[in-house]
Design a protein around this ligand. Sequence first.
Ligand code: HEC
Length: 150
Amino acid sequence: MPSRAFIIIAVLAVAVLAVSKSNTTAQVAPKLDYEFFKSRVEPVFLSKRPDHARCYVCHAESNNAFRLEKLSPNARSWTEEQSLRNFEMVSILVNPGDPDTSRLLQHPLAPEVGGDVFHSGGRQFLSKRDPAWRTLAAWVNGATLASPKK
Ligand code: HEC
């Protein structure tokens, strides 16, 4: 019959293994999905929401790090090449798997709910429950068109 000390050591070993395993999973950052970006995230930048100017109005060819491509005359969305450039540019402004430390999400978010203190473009998102903010967060968390809720 195993001694009590042996049982305690065995239980501890299992616990340590479980903890280190869950740490490893947490460290794997999700991949940012281009198709989800193109069909869900880009429309957020172009759409007019009540009381707020569109991100695009100020951020098309802007001189800060959030710099969207300029639409061609009369175009209502970006071309494939432009979207790819937008994707590359915006990808640098997020930390995959962590919307709360992602500049793209923090900067336009109201400070009362955890956003940056100042954004020249104002408090675009008053709450993290804003559907547009949630779309951005889902993308950062690795959402795909096949599994959009993350
Ligand atoms: C009325 C104009 C205006 C609108 C609308 C606007 N912004 Fe901005 N934004 C600015 C300006 C100007 C700056 C640079 C100065 C600053 O940091 O506030 C900026 C900075 C940013 C930055 C930081 C860029 C950097 O250099 O680090 C992000 C991210 C950002 N905006 C996201 C957004 C998003 C997302 C939207 C739409 C939901 C939006 N902004 C709407 C004017 C605007």
